[in-house]
Design a protein around this ligand. Structure first.
Ligand SMILES: [Zn+2]
Length: 188
């Protein structure tokens, strides 16, 4: 996330932190999920701002974002928006968030940090979809119906549990049972 500040980035920020605009920029901070591969993804940042981002410390320091959010660089806008969003229960932060009009792509970039991937994956990390066929990677004691589904059991046409990405449903012995995704492997 943090890397050496390049000459180009130094020029862009005029050697000043692009968040607080007061302290010397000492590092390049890549705004996730993007990488340090180009300066368009980076924000020139000072030690102080960096330490606050890393420690998740909120506080009045971040009122400086009222200025940086107007920076013309999308990366600076995105990072400013992201930090403000994490502080949005504070009235001042919420006011800034509602007063700016950023490009939708910048907002999406900023908020990507708060979105958990809610996809179902098997024990190998392969994405599972409705209708897939899976194999049990270990024997399961099925609660309530009193039978054991042995390791290697094939379950066809699984159904993803919508509100729990660690669970799927499938038929074993004519019974629809809930299976944890960590105990399955996708077939095919
Ligand atoms: Zn700073």
């Amino acid at each position: 996330m943090k890397s050496t500040i390049s000459v180009k980035l130094q020029e862009r920020c005029d050697s000043l932190c692009e968040l607080c605009s007061t302290e010397k920029a000492t590092a390049a901070f890549a705004v996730s999920p993007k990488d340090n591969d180009k300066i368009e993804n980076e924000v020139a940042i000072c030690e102080h701002c960096y330490s606050l981002i890393e420690s998740n410390v909120s506080g009045n320091h971040w009122q400086c974002l009222a200025g940086s959010i107007w920076n013309t660089e999308p990366s600076v806008q995105a990072l400013s928006y992201r930090i403000l969003y994490s502080l949005k229960e504070n009235e001042w932060a919420n006011e800034i968030l509602t007063s700016v009009e950023l490009d939708e792509t910048v907002v999406t970039w900023a908020l990507s940090a708060f979105q958990k991937a809610a996809i179902h994956v098997d024990s190998n990390g392969t994405e599972l979809l409705n209708g897939d066929t899976i194999v049990l990677t270990q024997g399961l004691n099925v609660k309530g119906v009193n039978f054991m589904a042995p390791k290697g059991t094939i379950v066809k046409k699984i159904h993803l549990v919508a509100d729990n990405h660690e669970q799927i449903e499938g038929k074993v012995n004519e019974q629809t049972i809930v299976i944890l995704t960590k105990f399955v492997r996708k077939q095919g």
